[in-house]
Ligand binder design. Sequence first.
Ligand SMILES: [Zn+2]
Ligand SMILES: [Zn+2]
Length: 174
Amino acid sequence: MSPSTETATPDALPHKKGPRQTEQRKAVFAALMARADHPSAVEVFLRVKTRVPSISLATVYNCLETLAASGQVRMVNHEREPSRYCANLSEHAHLFCSHCGSVTDLPVHTPMPPDQIWHLPEGVTISQQEVSFRGTCAKCGQQSHAHTQPAHLSEPLPHGSSGPAASAAPYFVS
Ligand SMILES: [Zn+2]
Ligand SMILES: [Zn+2]
C-alpha cells in the first residue's frame, strides 16, 4: 500500500459536540460544588476558565441550563440580579445579605411539607418551594458590631489580647 496515508491525521480534527461537552459540564458542576457561594454564570465561567481555558461563556450558560433542567443544580433568582447557581440539593432557604450581596444557605431544622408551614388556600398545589430572606450575613454582622463600638471607648488595645472578657459590650441591643 502507499505510505502517503500516514500523513493523514484525522485524530487532530476537533471533535464535534458530544464527549467534550460532557467534560465541560463536569467542570462547571465541579466549580459549583467547590464553593457554596452561589456564583453567577459569569463567576462560574471565570472559575472554570482557569482549568478549561477553551471554554466559552455561552458554553457555561448551556451547561448551567442543562444542569438546572436535570435538577442537579438550583437556579437562585433575587430581584433583578443575574441568576446564581446552587449545587446544594438539601432543603434550605437563601439569605440575601443587604450589605455585601452574598447568598448563604440556611438549612431547615425539620423538613416539613409546605402546607404545614404556610396557610395554603384550598385548591393550591405547590410544585416547588423557594424561601428567601433578606438580612445581614454572619460576616457583616460581626463587622457591624465592631463598627458600632463607640470610638472614644475603644482605646487602641494591644492586638490579639484574647481574654474571655474582651469587652463587656452587650451583643443584643434592643
Ligand atoms: Zn443554596
Ligand atoms: Zn454580608
